[in-house]
Design a protein around this ligand. Structure first.
Ligand code: SF4
Length: 339
């Protein structure tokens, strides 16, 4: 049974929807001009939900995660839109409020984070450092109790708190990183490729645990991965990202199948776990250069069912059953193929 921490800000249904992105656009300055890495993205993450975010490398997934955390790197610019976390406008906060808000209300497990653990600091030092820097008044005995609770939660024996990172396996380091992200029991958690470097068995074990903690605490998790099969097995809904845009948001790939040609391509490119006889078919071509996006639908040079309109007009997002899809096929089916 997972114990709730006394200082944890358990989810309060009156404080707002965990995460709402409204027409968010972000670009990078480059010598050749701005590169639009996140383009007019709108989505909602609900309480108690795992929303998967999938796309090829360079599709904008990680930039979107950093945007949500208010941690855009130098050279990146928040162009427009709003990011609301638990009802609060993240880009309307002063820096001090944002610093407190981050970690306690929304936290992130970064890509390759386990490799970022300081090799000369013990597990205990990492956790106590995080606890004390965000909670300066915490008594040492309370900090230690919280550390033991959180290690217990991620199934690490608290006696390993004195270990250095090099004394731990990859799976243990990843659990430590997860523990640090969850130290204040944030209601909203972003996970960016959290298990990519681990073997399949360890990966499954950690993800089973994430699912258990998430269900117990009714957390809202945005789970980012290029691995469609992993996301499908974990998430309640899936958002597909291509060239900085969300092209499909769907809840039931099993029931109604993929709708967007890019989603179909991704599913064919990565078979489900256990599907041994499935022929893997990659998506032809490469993702577009963000500095030179094609006119119209950015997927049209790679799309097997593109038609003339696709070359000149970006498709709007439309509702099809329980999915949202940005593809002209759903507003104008049966058009002739491209010459
Ligand atoms: Fe393909 Fe056209 Fe749909 Fe884009 S809008 S995915 S090019 S059919």
């Amino acid at each position: 049974m997972i114990q709730k921490s006394p200082e944890s800000p358990a989810y309060d249904e009156h404080i707002g929807v965990p995460l709402v992105l409204d027409h968010v656009s972000v670009s990078f300055s480059t010598p050749s001009g701005p590169a639009r890495a996140v383009n007019d993205v709108s989505l909602t993450l609900n309480q108690g939900e795992i929303l998967g975010l999938v796309g090829e490398s360079g599709s904008g997934k990680s930039t979107l995660a950093f945007t949500i955390m208010g941690l855009l790197p130098d050279g990146a610019q928040f162009d427009s839109g709003s990011v609301r976390v638990l009802g609060s406008d993240l880009y309307g906060m002063n820096p001090e409020t944002l610093r407190t808000f981050r970690w306690k209300r929304i936290a992130m497990v970064f890509q390759s984070a386990m490799n970022a653990l300081n090799p000369v600091m013990t597990v205990e030092a990492h956790i106590m450092d995080t606890l004390q820097s965000h909670n300066p008044g915490i008594r040492p005995e309370d900090a230690r109790r919280r550390m033991n609770e959180i290690l217990d939660l991620v199934k690490i024996d608290p006696r390993r708190a004195r270990s250095f990172p090099h004394e731990l396996s990859g799976g243990m380091k990843q659990r430590i990183v997860l523990a640090i992200a969850m130290i204040f029991n944030p209601p909203v958690l972003l996970m960016d490729e959290p298990t990519t470097a681990l073997d399949v068995v360890v990966q499954r074990s950690i993800l089973d645990q994430v699912r258990e903690i998430q269900a117990e605490r009714q957390m809202a998790i945005l789970f980012i991965s290029h691995d469609f099969s992993l996301v499908r097995s974990l998430a309640h809904r899936v958002a597909i990202m291509y060239a900085g845009r969300i092209v499909e948001i769907t809840g039931s790939l099993e029931r109604s199948g993929p709708h967007h040609p890019y989603t179909e391509g991704l599913m064919r490119a990565i078979p489900e776990l256990g599907e041994d006889d499935v022929k893997i078919v990659g998506i032809p071509g490469n993702p577009p250069d963000l500095l030179h996006l094609p006119e119209g639908c950015p997927f049209h040079p790679r799309c097997p069912v593109a038609f003339n309109r696709c070359k000149v007009e970006a498709p709007p997002m439309v509702q099809v059953n329980d999915a949202l899809i940005a593809c002209h096929q759903y507003t104008e089916p049966g058009k002739e193929g491209l010459a």
